[in-house]
Design a binder for this molecule. Structure first.
Ligand code: PLP
Ligand code: COI
Length: 360
């Protein structure tokens, strides 16, 4: 199959550009830019018909395989304006992970280089949609799903890949204020050998009931425990998690059921670069309760593309409640947030070469 290049991307620009949103009132993932990227896959043709076209609804059969069996994967990344130019943060990592997710869900592999080229072309067209107000960015959602009209259970033979863009503000309505997290002991999110490491649509569907339960009790998200013993911390609904205990940073090791977060990896590298001690290992929830009792649980924060760095002020498992740092954002959490967003926005040095310009 021939390798796709930039020249293969058909441009069909909208005749009805939309009004840009008020940047001071941006929520998360509610508004979409003027254009989207789309291409199709079949076993015979491979990926074909790449196009940038008006952002518009898709027409799907009621027998669409994904609606029934959930064969879908996605990514989340962001574009920023840094020193007047559109930039991305470690975008290759997202397409690498998308391919790992696709493999697990029996979807076809993308040419990662072409996917990034397609994203950059889309961003050139919709560059004016990248917001610049404090705490805002253009959230990028690449996704792939089976588009077959067929009710038998089998891997799709008509697959679509799209990229849509959403100017967004903070994922949590309280921004950098601490969140309350509910420790879930009834339901589990993922098990070894399952799909936890993949950014698969169904992982999120399976988490919603726990999320609703947490919300009813006034908690922003669920902290998932391991699917076997419910003893070890895994991750939060839409982010990985870090604990500062007795001066050291701990985060659950990647074990196949946790999403290998790109923000997680970046923060581990940043902390080590700063000379901090970071341990990636099993973190028992009991260990954290004990640290809290001994006054050693200093800070907790979540990490994710949408969530950025999100302080956690309270853990509650239905019986036991732990308040962290008097429900105030800790200094290390603030520092990590400042350093990470500083690199992303070109305000502080990027010793890792993580920031990539959209237009060279
Ligand atoms: N864990 C889950 C379940 C997520 O949905 C996300 C968000 O993408 C993360 C962790 C953080 O991953 P990343 O830092 O790559 O955005
Ligand atoms: C992200 O951080 O990009 C996510 O995908 C989290 C969530 C919105 C699903």
């Amino acid at each position: 199959m021939t390798k796709l290049t930039k020249q293969d991307i058909k441009l069909e620009l909208t005749k009805n550009p939309k009004e840009k949103p008020d940047q001071s009132a941006l929520g998360f993932g509610q508004i979409f830019s003027d254009h989207m990227f789309q291409m199709d896959w079949t076993p015979e043709k491979g990926w074909h018909n790449p196009r940038i076209e008006e952002y518009s609804p898709l027409s799907l059969s009621p027998a669409n395989a994904t609606l029934h069996y959930g064969q879908a994967v996605f990514e989340g990344m962001k574009a920023y304006i840094a020193k007047g130019e559109a930039v991305l943060f470690r975008p290759q990592e997202n397409f690498k992970r998308l391919n790992k997710s696709a493999e697990r869900m029996a979807l076809p592999q993308l040419d990662e280089e072409f996917a990034l080229t397609a994203l950059k072309e889309l961003l050139k067209v919709d560059k004016d949609w990248i917001p610049t107000a404090d705490g805002t960015s253009l959230y990028i959602r690449p996704f792939m799903f089976a588009a077959d009209e067929y009710l038998g259970v089998k891997a799709g033979e008509k697959v679509k890949f799209l990229i849509i863009l959403s100017p967004s503000g903070a994922y949590f309505k309280d921004g950098l204020q601490p969140n309350k997290i509910f420790v879930e002991k009834e339901y589990v999110r993922a098990v070894r050998g399952g799909t936890g490491f993949a950014k698969a649509a169904g992982n999120y569907a399976g988490s919603l009931l726990g999320q609703q339960k947490a919300a009813k009790l006034g908690y922003a998200q669920t902290l998932w425990l391991d699917g076997v013993e419910q003893k070890y911390v895994e991750e939060v609904g839409a982010m990985n998690i870090f604990f500062k205990v007795d001066g050291k940073f701990l985060t659950p090791e990647l074990n196949g059921s946790i999403l290998p977060g790109i923000t997680r990896d970046s923060i581990i590298q940043l902390l080590k670069h700063n000379g901090e001690s970071v341990e990636e290992r099993k973190v028992a929830i009991a260990e954290l309760y004990e640290a809290a009792e001994n006054g050693k649980l200093e800070e907790i924060f979540g990490s994710g593309t949408a969530a950025v760095v999100s302080p956690v002020g309270e853990l509650f498992d239905g019986e036991r409640k732990v308040v962290v740092n008097n429900f105030e954002t800790g200094q290390s959490t603030k520092d990590v947030y400042e350093q990470l967003t500083g690199i992303q926005l070109g305000k502080v040095e990027d010793p890792f070469g993580w920031v990539e310009k959209v237009e060279e």
